[in-house]
Design a protein around this ligand. Structure first.
Ligand code: FAD
Length: 515
């Protein structure tokens, strides 16, 4: 690998940026992809600059723009910052790159369990660690730019605001303004971090108050850290900084970590992260904080007890706000609600008929793959003149800690609350040959099905590689598969997926390997 030092510049408060000539080399180096042939821009129909203008180039917006162009629409995508949006620059991708390094470090540290001898002590080179993260982000971002070129999409850099329902004004970073007229718009402006109020808490990076934005662009490994929020973002960053050597405490208001998932998963994750040294405080709140010389004194309240902790950094793992400010949305008739842009129904149309909204900006499900699926649905509806609705029945939800967590469909308590006669099947990874072979035996698969027809309602997993395994469960739910059908589906041996088959078998009452 070549030294990225000359090709990237990392601003202190943002992800790395690359010089144009270096980017192509970097993409080729990381992904092996060369510059594609550029497609010519199409002509827009009528008196418009474009058939569809997409505002925002996150996983919602850039995917929407590409599909619109593939379907023959003249497409413009306006982005005020970086191609790839939150997900690629500050969210999904940088956090997973960081997780991968920590996981690899832990593999090396524990290699002797597999009979592998490592001389000397394995440790993180923080500078190289962050540079690798920047490189992957840059390569991915450049890849989106290349796809825009290949599909003949014009990428306009700047902040978009509406003049009327068919016209936006884009203000570039240099202050230059451009008016763009389009038949249709897709709002894909995403969301941004906010500081949730905590009595006594003030300041930003310099004062040791971080959000996920500061965490993925960290300039150091803090000695100690309190993470507020035990959702996906909080536990993933907790896993990273604990692995890097910080003394991490996670404070979660709900009774379990990852409260949006089946409670069995949250309980198990709490136990397994606790075993790695992360202090888990569930059912607890951060009552107030006081500034100290080296950081923060934190008052963590659980029931009648208050625990006082001193930490260098407080990481706010919760709190995001839809990006709707200063765009004149309400002026042109787009209705907003407390969490973002209101869509009339799951066809993703807003209160203005030629304007659609997708992804985080709607304040609904805040996941990259949902934003992308919504983007495809919205532009397909526009181009084909349809009002087909999104199907949210089988949306996978993943947490990329080690062990990983994944889930699709109804949790046990949701299924019970809906009045289903619920049957549950479970299988622990511990007994399976593949889990033993790779020395990753923690966790389980849990199946939630209904008794009458045996339909699988939900699949919930914690353990090795379960974020990849969930795809099979997503297909099962979409196809309305029964637990018998899934139990009879042949799974390769030896694989971790055998635990899924065993859990389906357990739900039918015939688990082969149950003692
Ligand atoms: P965004 O990605 O936020 O993109 C919106 C874009 O619009 C931005 O680039 C912004 O600059 C631009 N924009 C805003 N206003 C304007 C304007 N007026 N004019 C022009 N441009 C504008 N999700 C997952 O599914 N998996 C994960 O593993 C995952 N990990 C995450 C980890 C972290 C730390 C965080 C913070 C989030 C994570 N997410 C994850 C959530 C995921 O990042 C979001 O759900 C996803 O980015 C939403 O996509 P979007 O296209 O709706 O918006």
């Amino acid at each position: 690998m070549s030294d990225p030092g000359n090709t990237t510049v990392t601003p202190t408060n943002g992800p790395a940026v690359a010089t144009a000539h270096a980017l192509q080399t970097l993409i080729k180096e990381i992904s092996g992809i060369t510059q594609p042939e550029e497609q010519e821009q199409l002509m827009a129909s009528g008196n418009f600059d474009a058939d569809i203008v997409v505002i925002g180039a996150g996983p919602g917006g850039y995917v929407a723009a590409i599909r619109a162009a593939q379907l023959g629409a003249k497409t413009i995508c306006v982005e005020k910052e970086y191609l790839g949006g939150t997900c690629l620059n500050w969210g999904c991708i940088p956090s997973k790159v960081m997780i991968a390094s920590v996981e690899r470090l832990n593999h090396v540290k524990h290699a002797s369990a597999l009979g592998v001898k490592v001389e000397g002590e394995a440790s993180i080179d923080f500078d190289a660690f962050m540079k690798r993260k920047d490189k992957v982000v840059l390569a991915q971002r450049g890849g989106v730019g290349m796809l825009f070129k290949k599909n003949g999409i014009r990428h306009v850099e700047g902040f978009a605001s509406f003049i009327d329902a068919n016209t936006i004004e884009v203000t570039g970073k240099d202050g230059k303004k451009e008016k763009i007229r389009a038949k249709n718009f897709v709002l894909a402006m995403g969301s941004s971090v906010i500081h949730i109020p905590v009595p006594g808490l003030e300041g930003g990076r310099k004062e040791g108050v971080w959000t996920s934005d500061e965490a993925v662009t960290a300039d150091r490994i803090p000695k100690s850290m309190l993470i507020l929020g035990g959702g996906a973002v909080g536990v993933e960053l907790g896993y990273v900084f604990n692995g890097l050597g910080s003394d991490v405490t996670v404070v979660e208001m709900m009774p379990n970590l990852i409260p949006m998932m089946d409670s069995d998963l949250g309980v198990e994750l709490g136990k397994l992260l606790g075993r790695q040294g992360i202090k888990i405080r569930t059912g607890a709140t951060l009552e107030k904080v006081e500034k100290t010389k080296g950081g923060w004194k934190c008052y963590v309240k659980k029931g009648a007890e208050t625990e006082v902790l001193e930490v260098e950094v407080i990481l706010l793992g919760v709190g995001r706000k839809a990006n709707t400010d200063n765009m004149n949305l309400e002026k042109i008739g787009v209705k907003l609600h407390r969490r973002g842009v209101e869509v009339v129904d799951d066809s993703l149309i807003t209160s203005v008929p030629n304007i659609y909204a997708i992804g985080d900006v709607t304040g609904r499900i805040q996941l990259a793959h949902v934003a992308s699926a919504e983007g495809i649905r919205a532009v397909t509806n526009i181009i084909e003149g349809k009002s087909e609705k999104m199907d949210y029945k089988a949306v996978p939800n993943c947490v990329y800690t080690v062990p990983e967590v994944s889930s699709v469909g109804l949790t046990q308590s949701e299924a019970e609350a809906k009045g289903y006669d619920v049957v549950v099947g479970k299988a622990n990874f511990r007994i399976f040959g593949k889990a033993m072979a790779i020395a990753e035996q923690d966790g389980f698969v849990k199946i939630v099905a209904e008794k009458k027809y045996g339909e699988v309602l939900g699949v919930h997993m914690i353990g090795p590689h379960v974020t990849d395994m969930i795809a099979a469960a997503v297909a099962a739910l979409r196809l309305e598969a029964t637990m018998d059908f899934m139990a009879e589906t042949i799974h390769a041996h030896p694989t971790l997926a055998e635990a899924m088959m065993e859990a389906y078998e357990d739900a039918t009452g015939h688990a082969i390997h149950k003692m």
